[in-house]
Design a protein around this ligand. Structure first.
Ligand code: ARG
Length: 569
């Protein structure tokens, strides 16, 4: 039962009963309904001010007339307060409806098909070849993953793209370094670390011996010209990098539908450059080709450098066009740090100037920076935290906590992995994405804080209640869920489906993260205030069903943000 819809219909009936006719329809009344800030003011409220004109009565009188005329068995009462009509649902009916909605959904409560027929491209993680996967890429990876899951859950067709940073003159230098000092086995076994060493050595030696740079340039040209040896080394660098990254993606449970990165667009830029020229957008500036964006308060977008080289932006333009033609997307989200705000504003503006309709669907989902235990991270100064190390440390720490708190737990390794990874991901997705994050171990792994371990523990507590309860034989008496603590849990659960949609509209998975904490806290309060297992059978049945509903909703919320919910901890 959809209470908003039902109330709207009851209001319509009451208006006709009290005033003879209604100028508004039921859906229009539904749109007027609000959630009062305080449940003492009712479950829903309708301001009557908008009705004053058509009913030719002051709002206060309208609210009073409607409160008297309204009659519905799912309502406990309707009260008129200062021009508002406040609706109080019958507590037992409300509880039964919400709990059953969760149980009937079989683990998919809050899912929908609002996205049916629509396609969302999500560009996320987008790591760089021959660079280590460090915590600077955590947010893009986990935000993108969460958005991907949330869009899927609401029926959209999703395309997850890892737009690899696999183009640039540095790769010429790396090949030169590899040819001089590298050897196959060392790089194969040492992975990205070995490539980075080669690159650093190259840059150091080039200071003494500038001729090396010519060698680097020559190799880069060779890649561009499709030279067989250059390409095979370059592609092998890619393979090795991706193999390293794949380990991290495995730990995180993140996957992609496409790895088409910058180099994928090598042969797809010319048509875009031609189109820019045809449409009179491309102008010459000191040998370079640019699109002037002065009128929009932005520096020009450089399309071709004076030596004819293409740029990051040129590739991104080609990527928009390719994604449009390949996926016919409704939206294309770029989950990239706010340092690239200008880049994306320029990019979308150029797409719009080209008259590409799809530009409207392009959106930069930006986010803040991550620091670590109070220290900003800087590759240049050698202060980097590798994501794989961070995750493994977290798993070890979780394991130590388990060994201490639940030494008899089965599957300790697996559960330590779920808690350790969950703690990092949750910490990353807890605040509004635009905020900078300072990662702290004692906060991420605190079992009593607003953390993954706390929410996961609450889920495991629900599971334990259900194991102890066993099979239910009695009809639940839902009036046993009339107390404020049970009602708080129910109210939160009721709001979850709309919250998912709202979180998507704002590209803000943190709303789901916070919801999981609110629900866990509400459930724990209910748990401490009420007897469950040893309550009379009909009461027990109702409280156990509420526990089932809370458990399922917590698990869904965690799953949407990419976190597991173990049955035992
Ligand atoms: N590789 C880039 C970086 O690490 C992010 C790429 C984002 N995606 C894009 N289409 N530009 O900063």
């Amino acid at each position: 039962m959809d209470f908003k819809q039902a109330i709207a219909q009851s209001v319509l009936d009451a208006v006709i009963k009290a005033f003879g006719e209604s100028s508004l329809t039921a859906p229009e009344y539904e749109a007027l309904l609000e959630l009062p800030p305080d449940p003492a003011m009712g479950d829903y409220a309708m301001p009557c001010f908008k009705l004053a004109k058509s009913l030719r009565k002051p709002p206060v009188a309208i609210a009073e007339a409607l409160a008297a005329a309204i009659d519905a068995d799912y309502l406990d009462r309707a009260e008129a307060v200062k021009g508002y009509l406040n609706f109080y649902l019958d507590r037992a009916t409300y509880a039964r409806n919400i709990v059953n909605a969760v149980l009937d959904a079989n683990g998919r409560y809050g899912s929908s098909n609002i996205g049916e027929g629509k396609t969302i491209v999500i560009d996320y993680s987008s790591i760089n070849i021959a660079k280590r996967f460090h915590i600077g890429h955590l947010s893009t990876t986990m935000l993108g993953n969460a958005l991907y899951r949330m869009y899927k859950y609401t029926g959209y067709n999703c395309v997850g793209v890892n737009h690899l940073g696999d183009w640039g003159t540095q790769f010429g230098k790396m090949i030169a370094a590899y040819k001089r000092w590298g050897d196959k086995e060392t790089v194969q076994n040492g992975g990205v670390d070995e490539m980075v060493k080669l690159y650093v050595r190259f840059n150091n030696e080039a200071k003494e011996n500038p001729a090396l740079n010519d060698e680097g340039r020559a190799w880069f040209k060779a890649i561009e010209d499709g030279d067989e040896e250059a390409l095979s080394i370059f592609n092998w660098f890619k393979e090795v990098t991706l193999k390293d990254a794949e380990r991290v993606y495995d730990i995180l449970g993140v996957t992609f539908d496409s790895y088409a990165g910058e180099s994928f667009y090598n042969d797809k830029m010319q048509p875009v450059i031609d189109e820019l020229a045809e449409k009179g957008l491309l102008i010459e500036d000191q040998g370079a080709k640019i699109v002037d964006l002065k009128d929009y308060g932005m520096p020009p977008a450089i399309i071709l450098r004076s030596d004819g080289a293409t740029l990051y932006a040129t590739r991104d333009l080609a990527a928009i066009r390719y994604r449009r033609d390949t996926y016919n997307f409704d939206k294309c989200l770029y989950v990239v740090a706010y340092q690239q705000d200008l880049h994306f504003r320029q990019l979308f503006k150029v797409a719009e100037l080209l008259g590409w309709d799809c530009a409207k669907g392009c959106e930069h989902v930006n986010f803040g920076m991550v620091s670590y235990e109070g220290q900003s991270l800087s590759t240049r100064e050698g202060r980097v935290v590798y994501l794989e190390d961070l995750l493994n440390t977290s798993i070890e720490k979780a394991r130590a906590i388990i060994d201490e708190k639940s030494p008899d737990l089965e599957n300790k390794d697996e559960i330590a992995r779920q808690i350790g990874v969950g703690a990092v991901v949750f910490f990353d997705l807890y605040n509004n994405r635009i905020k900078d994050i300072d990662f702290h171990w004692d906060r991420a792994l605190n079992f009593d804080g607003e953390t993954a371990p706390y929410v996961m523990y609450t889920h495991a507590r629900c599971a334990s209640v259900l194991r102890k309860a066993g099979e239910l034989t009695d009809e639940p008496d839902y009036s046993a869920l009339s107390d404020p603590d049970a009602q708080n849990v129910i109210r939160l659960i009721e709001q979850f489906p709309e919250l998912i949609v709202e979180a998507l509209n704002r590209s803000e998975p943190s709303m789901i993260t916070r919801f999981s904490v609110d629900l866990a806290q509400a459930y724990n309060k209910f748990y401490y205030e009420n007897r469950i297992i040893d309550a009379p059978p009909a009461v027990r049945a109702a409280r156990v069903n509420l526990t089932k509903a809370a458990k399922s909703t917590i698990a869904i919320a965690l799953d949407l943000i990419g976190i597991a919910a173990p049955e035992r901890m």
